[in-house]
Design a protein around this ligand. Structure first.
Ligand code: GLN
Length: 396
């Protein structure tokens, strides 16, 4: 008899909605991935390395050239000097890095704090390690952190805080005050930080990304995790990385070696080349996506959706309460079926879903895709508007 290790967890919403999009021929703005490819020069480097014998196991921490480029990048961007030999690991996607980091520090009965809406790998990774997840809901509608609640939630069993900046799914970014509050909250406590920064280069409106790598006192207890998939429009390559101080990284690698051992080789060489040759790509990424955000918001201005400002990531939240009072899972399913646009219902990222009517759109799409989506979404009207007859017979 098989006993479920993740009771209550079904298939991830990303698979569910992408499948639904496919089944109904809908434009897929649910699972976060671009509908365009990364730079041709980068893809050529992959082909080059495949053709030049880089097809066997990479070292378990990643190919040295890529680790060096990561070290150069975080020095340039955040003034953080890491040793590429023992403070960074390349992983098959950020997801594996998140699992290994959690596994490194969480023992049975340890408590881990997450902020809801929380990315859906955090809690299962804690649960599989016998840990207990404590959920703190971000304030609606600005999704700010209630630091007093964090203070009140910490106790002697708290081992880890999982942070996500820029934040998926809300698009919020941290302020200096958040950093200061974090400092105060963990001062004098034996608590580690997992900082999920996979959207580090996608920050808007001239704001700076406040990576924990900027703050030596915080970096000293942090796993900082990022992703090449988001940065290079190549989510299917599954290449991410984790930076941590030596003792934490040693333990991380002890675990990583028995999960994946290493990450695919030709992509690592190609990414190393491209980081070296074209650092402007990641410097320009924020503007690249800001243009898409602005276009999507402008196109949606005449819709009945109310958009919640996105300060980073490639996601845009939209409140649909003027259109329907259906719960978001039902609304998102109907949107996919009837209007052929798939989005992510965000209640699934909460322990206790609040009374809100919000879905997430991924705007990492061609401009024409966004135009087509907006046209479809504008045709959804409030019940009084009359053109969306189904919205009136919503059922909970
Ligand atoms: N990070 C992506 C998102 O938020 C999904 C990744 C996945 O499908 N596992 O949409």
């Amino acid at each position: 008899m098989l006993r479920n290790k993740l009771p209550g967890k079904g298939t991830t919403i990303f698979s569910v909605m992408s499948q639904m999009a496919q089944d109904h021929g809908a434009i897929n703005l649910s699972q976060g991935f671009p509908d365009f490819d990364g730079p041709p020069a980068l893809r050529e480097r992959v082909a080059y390395h495949m053709g030049h014998g880089h097809n066997q196991y990479a070292p378990l921490a990643g190919v040295p050239q890529l680790r060096e480029q990561i070290a150069t990048k975080v020095l340039d961007l955040y003034g953080c000097k890491i040793n590429p030999d023992n403070e960074v690991a390349v992983t098959p996607g950020a997801t594996e890095a998140i699992f290994c980091a959690i596994t490194t520090v969480v023992h049975a009965g340890d408590e881990v704090i997450v902020f809801d809406p929380a990315y859906d790998t955090y809690e299962p990774s804690v649960t599989l390690n016998g840990g207990v997840t404590k959920h703190i809901a971000l304030h609606y509608p600005d999704f700010s952190i209630d630091w007093q609640q964090v203070r009140d939630s910490i106790n002697e069993r708290t081992r880890l805080l999982i942070l996500n900046n820029p934040h998926n799914p809300t698009g919020t970014v941290w302020s200096d005050n958040d950093i200061q509050q974090l400092r105060e909250v963990i001062a004098g406590r034996d608590i580690h930080l997992l900082s999920d920064e996979v959207y580090e280069h996608i920050v808007f409106d001239t704001k700076q990304h406040l990576s924990l790598l900027r703050y030596p006192d915080l970096a000293a207890r942090s796993f900082v995790i990022s992703s090449f998939g988001k940065t290079y429009h190549a989510t299917g390559w599954r290449v991410g990385y984790c930076i941590a101080p030596v003792p934490m990284m040693e333990e991380f690698l002890r675990i990583h070696q028995f999960i994946n051992f290493s990450t695919n080789t030709p992509m690592q060489y190609a990414l190393a080349d491209f980081l070296h040759d074209c650092p402007q790509h990641h410097y320009e990424l924020g503007n690249f996506y800001q243009e898409k955000r602005d276009l999507f918001c402008a196109l949606m201005a005449s819709s009945q959706f109310s958009l919640i400002p996105s300060g980073g990531t490639y996601f845009q939240l939209a409140d649909y309460s003027a259109i329907s009072d259906e719960i978001d899972t039902k609304f998102a399913a109907r949107l996919t079926r009837e209007y052929k646009v798939a989005a992510i219902p965000i209640s699934v990222f909460y322990k206790q879903p609040p009374d809100q009517h919000v879905i997430r759109f991924c705007f990492a799409k061609h401009k024409d895709t966004l135009r087509e989506v907006a046209q479809r979404l504008i045709s959804l009207q409030s019940p009084e508007g009359g053109s969306d007859s189904n919205a009136t017979n919503s059922s909970q």
